[in-house]
Write a protein that binds this ligand. Structure first.
Ligand code: ARG
Length: 465
């Protein structure tokens, strides 16, 4: 008899090249825990509806547990002749239980089995990544707490713009990773719908109980349309999109810190244990972790493209093309989760170069916008104030001085009789104190945000490296 689960219809054995071309065992092996879990739930359900006896179901459940142990101890022999993880496990079950093992696949197909396994895997991965992202947020929060008082130049167009508190900067990343977590949790809702029971595409004439299986596996809903669900990989594309956006957040952060470690910026010091050296230049301390964070984003975004293009031309319902979803999903997750895991301790141990930042803080007119707002607050129309301060900046540039160094007549011309108010605003320290709007870098606002985040991220806070 053929080893194949579908051998009955065929007179000739499969060509070896075809076996090698169509296999997925080389990459779907890692679905074994999910496959076994789903099969155990399926067997219990078959007993609950009387297709198996309770004793038969228990023998199947126990044998599947033994097969899991075999796989974990390296005792499973993999062969391309058996195609994928589902057939490997079923074949192992039949070797153990004979005809009883041949009953497990009743009322299901690999088409609904594989998507169930992948959903279980994605669900676990989302939960794992949520924990990793929370740790990364805690790392940014600890950096924010440690460097709360450092004032950084904030940039737009990579030009010095306005002063910001280092804590405000760090919390901007906490917010981004919070949205990433929320997106994953939202994606999880669509992942957490049972596909099993769609069978090949149309459902089954056997009296299966899909709600029983959903409950066993912790799915919150049962997919309503068998045709839709056996062809659905939206959840996979959505998951990899969520991963792509995390990767992009990490990548632009990495790019920023790579710049900040340069002699030109001289703004941040990375921990030695997260940097690498040069084999020829003895002085080098390279930010390779950050560069690879940026570089690996290309793979993740590539995987999103891979999935979208994979799906674009597929007619209803299952097509073998769908087997190609897994390498993209797995590698996107592995890449992002490893990146988040290494980013957290790097962030937690990084230090702003306070003195170097402070020495250059008065360069670049970081107080110009606050000066303009001071004029506005004292009755000057906004456009007039903008133009006047623009002119003063031009004057400073020609004299190579700061706004605060300009002669007193300038302020008297701008604000007759109340020129002294500008000295409460000029200089970066003063400009910083002037902020007050909700969500701004105003120290009181930032302190409120810090307190709120400390509370939100409190759980398991010992996990931060
Ligand atoms: N290895 C396949 C996959 O990953 C399982 C489904 C195969 N189904 C089929 N009808 N040939 O998609």
């Amino acid at each position: 008899m053929s080893q194949k689960t579908w051998g009955g219809r065929f007179a000739a054995p499969t060509d070896r090249l075809v076996e090698q071309f169509t296999e997925s065992i080389s990459f779907d092996q890692r679905l074994y825990p999910q496959d076994i879990r789903a099969s155990q739930a399926h067997a219990r359900m078959l007993a609950s509806v009387g297709i198996l006896t309770p004793a038969e179901a228990e023998r199947i459940v126990a044998a599947l547990g033994e097969i899991r142990a075999d796989i974990e101890q390296g005792r499973m022999e993999y062969s391309t002749a058996l195609e994928d993880i589902h057939t490997h496990i079923e074949a192992a079950l039949i070797r153990r239980l004979g005809d009883l093992g041949r009953k497990l696949h009743t009322g299901r197909s690999r088409n609904d089995q594989v998507v169930t396994d992948v959903k279980l895997w994605v669900r676990d991965s989302i939960d794992e990544l949520d924990g990793l992202l929370a740790n990364l947020q805690r790392a940014f929060l600890s950096l924010a707490d440690r460097e709360r008082d450092v004032i950084l130049p904030g940039y737009t167009h990579m030009q010095r713009a306005q002063p910001i508190l280092a804590a405000h900067y760090c919390l901007a990343y906490v917010e981004k990773f919070q949205r990433d977590r929320e997106r994953l949790i939202d994606c999880r809702k669509r992942v957490n719908v049972l596909s099993l029971g769609a069978a090949a595409l149309a459902g089954t004439s056997l009296p299966i109980d899909r709600h029983f299986v959903a409950k066993e596996l912790g799915f919150e809903g049962v997919a309503r349309n068998s045709l839709d669900v056996s062809s659905d990989r939206d959840f996979a594309a959505e998951f990899v999109f969520c991963l792509s956006l995390i990767a992009i957040h990490l990548s632009s952060w990495a790019e920023e810190w790579i710049l900040w470690t340069t002699t030109e910026f001289d703004t941040i010091e990375l921990p030695d244990e997260f940097c690498t050296g040069s084999s020829i230049m003895p002085h080098k301390k390279n930010p390779d972790v950050l560069e690879l964070t940026r570089g690996k984003t290309a793979r993740v975004v590539g995987h999103l493209q891979h999935l979208l293009v994979l799906l674009k031309g597929l007619p209803m319902a299952y097509n073998r093309d769908l087997q190609e979803d897994k390498p993209a999903i797995f590698d996107a997750f592995d890449t992002v989760s490893r990146t988040v895991a290494v980013a957290a301790p790097l962030v937690a141990k990084a230090k702003f170069k306070r003195e170097r930042i402070a020495e250059r803080l008065e360069n670049g007119f970081l107080d110009a916008t606050s000066l303009m707002e001071c004029l506005i607050a004292n009755g000057v129309p906004m456009r007039t104030a903008h133009e006047s301060v623009g002119g003063l900046v031009r004057e400073c540039e020609s004299k190579n001085c700061r706004l605060v160094d300009l002669p007193a007549e300038r302020w008297e011309t701008l604000l007759p009789g109340k020129a002294s108010v500008v000295f409460r605003i000029l200089g970066v320290q003063n400009a910083m104190k002037a902020f007050q709007s909700y969500g701004s870098t105003a120290p009181t606002q930032v302190d409120q945000q810090l307190a709120a985040w400390r509370e939100m991220l409190k759980e398991n806070s010992d996990q931060v490296a």
